[in-house]
Ligand binder design. Structure first.
Ligand code: ZN
Length: 345
């Protein structure tokens, strides 16, 4: 087992990073990237932009720091919190979950409750409660008590960090979408320290709410080539027919052909495939065209930027925990590293 890699993934997975509030993740990214790149700065939206200076072409690698989260929108007189979701969360995964709310000075723990089962009408029992029927209980008994803890309308909450090493070189944790990508981004920059290419490592904000940070970052970087590194959905689990399985855990990095936000530029797609083949790196295609990534914003910048996506397959993304295979993460790092090297000379 690669303990350095596991520790970095764990640290990033456990960091708190709702869209727009990525500070904890940003601090880790800055600290790691400062050691291995020529320059690191943060733009006005909070994107971390690290530069490895070299020759053309200018390659931009991007991974997003934010995770799906909850936004507190109402506090009732009995101290219960109502919320909306930031990013796509299936309401089925919310009920009965523990959450954590980080305020300026406090870490507040809470639990998502709903009307108890014995009070439900027969037809209600068959349905998943809507988000507006759920509430967060932080143990307070009044609005004043909630406010005293520093929790207010506008506070955010995330699922609880519970990183675990599983059997078979697999790990389980929160927010692998896209802390797996953030981990890979750092490791790739470490590997390409002597590359003659110019490489920008961009850790973006607000991907989960509309690929937003990547948009402003790409305008500043003006890359020739873009590559998003993601933690993507894997549905290699019971109940999914083979032809609807997007990716499979343990079968290598997933190369996107097309999704809702982009059709991968054929030039980049070809190069990713050839690079994987030449370097004997296992790979697979993402076989569904759902979802979108930062590449959707990157490729539409200025005159258009040929862009691709390489992802670590993760089961159960956008839920409290996801599972990935460390071999896939390592092979993603190898593939992106080899992709950068393919532009040398
Ligand atoms: Zn993502």
């Amino acid at each position: 087992m690669n303990h350095g890699l596991i520790d970095l993934l764990r640290k990033l997975s456990e960091a708190y990073g709702p869209p727009g509030y990525e500070d904890e993740v940003r601090q880790i990214m800055i600290k790691e990237l400062e050691k291995i790149t020529d320059e690191v700065y943060v733009d006005n939206l909070g994107n971390v932009i690290a530069v490895h200076k070299g020759n053309d072409p200018k390659i931009m690698l991007a991974a997003h720091m934010d995770e799906v989260a909850l936004l507190i929108t109402h506090i009732d007189k009995n101290g219960f919190l109502r919320f909306h979701v930031l990013g796509g969360i299936d309401p089925r995964v919310l009920y009965s979950q523990e959450v954590v709310i980080k305020t300026e000075n406090e870490v507040v723990h809470g639990y998502i409750g709903a009307k108890p089962p014995h009070l439900l009408k027969p037809e209600e029992r068959k349905k998943v409660p809507d988000i507006d029927q759920l509430f967060i209980d932080i143990g307070a008994s009044s609005k004043e008590e909630v406010e005293k803890l520093g929790v207010s309308v506008g506070s955010t909450a995330t699922f609880v960090p519970r990183f675990k090493e599983l059997k078979n070189n697999r790990v389980m944790g929160k927010a692998f979408d896209d802390r797996a990508g953030c981990t890979a981004l750092i490791e790739v920059m470490r590997k390409i320290r002597n590359s003659p290419c110019t490489v920008y490592a961009v850790a973006t904000v607000q991907e989960e709410v509309g690929l937003r940070g990547a948009r402003t970052a790409t305008w500043q970087v003006e890359p020739d080539i873009g590559l998003a590194i993601e933690g993507t959905t894997s549905s290699d689990t019971p109940g999914t027919p083979e032809h609807l399985t997007s990716t499979k855990v343990g079968q290598g990095p997933a190369i996107t052909i097309a999704d809702k936000s982009m059709v991968t530029h054929p030039k980049i797609l070809r190069r990713l495939i050839e690079t994987a083949k030449e370097n004997n790196i296992p790979y697979q295609f993402k076989r569904t065209v759902s979802g979108g990534t930062d590449a959707g914003s990157i490729h539409l910048t200025k005159k258009g930027i040929p862009t691709g996506v390489v992802s670590v397959p993760c089961r159960y993304i956008h839920s409290p925990l996801s599972i990935l295979d460390l071999n896939d993460l390592e092979n993603t790092i190898k593939l992106v590293d080899a992709f950068v090297h393919s532009y040398e000379g």
